[in-house]
Design a protein around this ligand. Structure first.
Ligand code: SF4
Length: 452
């Protein structure tokens, strides 16, 4: 990989889990308008591909200081009951908007720490949702597990409900790095949790790793990756640490002098990527790597990938319902994000109201440019629509000319193909189609993290 280009394109750019991206959404949307958009798209999508469901479970027992997720730190497990009651209420409110039984194609439990909840409580939640749904015959159910508290009982229960994928937050195996990020997680725990999932029958294990954390060195990253390769997870997400202390207050606990410099961070990334690729992991794009036997790789090869707030997905659903505090729903033509604090979330559902905080209704132009961005991320190619040539000429083509000079793409006025080199810079290529970013007079430096 060309390190000069890595330096040149290491700019603040979105990860494009949505378009328009969240900073450009409206602070308030009309609930009635959202209900209508939800109903119309649900009817259309449910019987074609089924729907995706994301449930946010926000509690964690201790604070990892790098964390940018919506979470609530507590060791009091009595909170589980109140939260599950609220999710069940929210599901009932949405169920009233659905004329047909929902067909659940994809279900993901994310957090926070979903395995903070007891197996019995998770089972209660899943039974409540699934008893009034149809499970798609080719469903994909997955969960984010913490290696420290995922138990055999969790895994057995989830397996019996139909879960086959688990994603473990590993981040870094080095004890010094773990100490400074306040995530003490011995490698033995990661090994035990991985082997337990496999022995129970989980067919896809993902590890999340992070580069750019305080005290990381090329040697420590190498050790973490080599230990990871030993366990052979089917997928690896190798994320860049986003240092955004103005939004993630816990990051203020770091002494910034412990963070690697921009140059060192690039070296950590290049080292990690080189090791992964050398050991049989294929770079799918946008920080994701997969072994060739994994469904993510197969879907990428066959042009079946999709991307939403859960990251890359291998199912073809275009309708995502997010339940729980801060969750995001995506009907394909509208986004809505739930209340971000537990207090507001509980208050809304107690009044039988949809707990929506902000969102966005896409215009026709948004839908077309969203498709361009998704095609680049998921397929590495895109065809342009003639009707949008004036906009493309104004905002996009000048950037494409520059990207072509660096051999990241080949293009003409009919469309674009990403080159093998360009595959490393998908976020930058997508940003050429982000009309909000291009038109925005805002200081984008503080809106998004750098590509590396
Ligand atoms: S990184 Fe995960 S476990 Fe740690 S505080 Fe954030 S959500 Fe909780």
């Amino acid at each position: 990989m060309n390190s000069i280009l890595v330096r040149k394109y290491n700019q603040p750019v979105p990860r494009y889990t949505s378009y328009p991206t969240v900073p450009f959404w409206k602070e308030q949307i009309g609930i009635e308008e959202w209900r209508q958009a939800f109903k119309a798209k649900f009817e259309e999508q449910n019987h074609t591909n089924g729907i995706s469901l994301y449930i946010h479970l926000p509690f964690c027992e201790s604070l990892c200081t790098y964390c940018g997720c919506n979470k609530k730190i507590t060791t009091n497990h009595k909170v589980e009951d109140e939260y599950l009651l609220a999710i069940e209420k929210e599901w009932v409110i949405y169920r009233r908007l659905m004329k047909q039984m929902p067909v659940i194609r994809e279900l993901h439990l994310g957090g926070g720490t979903p395995t903070f909840f007891s197996p019995r409580n998770l089972q209660r939640l899943l039974s409540f949702i699934l008893k009034s749904s149809i499970i798609h015959p080719r469903h994909e159910f997955s969960i984010e597990g913490h290696p420290n508290n995922t138990t055999k009982e969790h895994l057995k229960m989830l397996y019996n409900v139909g879960f086959r994928r688990i994603s473990y937050g590993v981040q870094d195996n080095d004890p010094e790095v773990q100490r400074i990020i306040n995530r003490i997680q011995p490698f033995e725990n990661v090994k035990r949790a991985t082997e337990m999932a496999r022995s129970i029958g989980f067919t896809s294990v993902n590890f999340d790793l992070i580069y750019g954390l305080p005290l990381q060195t090329p040697e420590s990253i190498e050790r973490t990756i080599n230990q990871t390769i030993e366990l052979r997870p089917d997928r690896i997400a190798f994320y860049s640490y986003a240092h955004v202390p103005w939004t993630s207050k816990a990051q203020r606990l770091f002494d910034e002098s412990h963070l690697p410099s921009a140059e060192d961070k690039i070296s950590l990334y290049l080292k990690g990527k080189e090791l992964l690729v050398k050991n049989g992991y294929v770079d799918i794009g946008m920080d994701h790597f997969a072994l060739t036997n994994d469904e993510l790789y197969k879907a990428w090869k066959e042009g079946r990938l999709h991307r939403n707030f859960m990251g890359y997905t291998t199912t073809s659903t275009k309708f995502l319902l997010g339940l729980g505090v801060s969750s995001i729903s995506d009907t394909g033509s509208a986004f809505a994000q739930n209340d971000k604090t537990l207090h507001d979330y509980y208050a809304s559902v107690a009044e039988n109201k949809l707990p929506i905080k902000k969102g966005y209704f896409l215009s026709e132009e948004d839908e077309v440019f969203r498709r361009y961005i998704l095609d680049i991320i998921c397929k590495g190619e895109v065809s342009f629509e003639e009707a949008h040539l004036p906009l493309l000429e104004q905002y996009t083509f000048p950037i494409l000319a520059e990207l072509e000079k660096d051999e990241l793409i080949v293009w003409d006025k009919y469309g674009l193909n990403v080159t093998p080199q360009g595959h490393n810079f998908l976020r930058n290529i997508c940003s050429a189609f982000d009309l909000y970013l291009q038109r925005s007079a805002k200081d984008n430096k503080n809106l998004f993290s750098k590509a590396i």
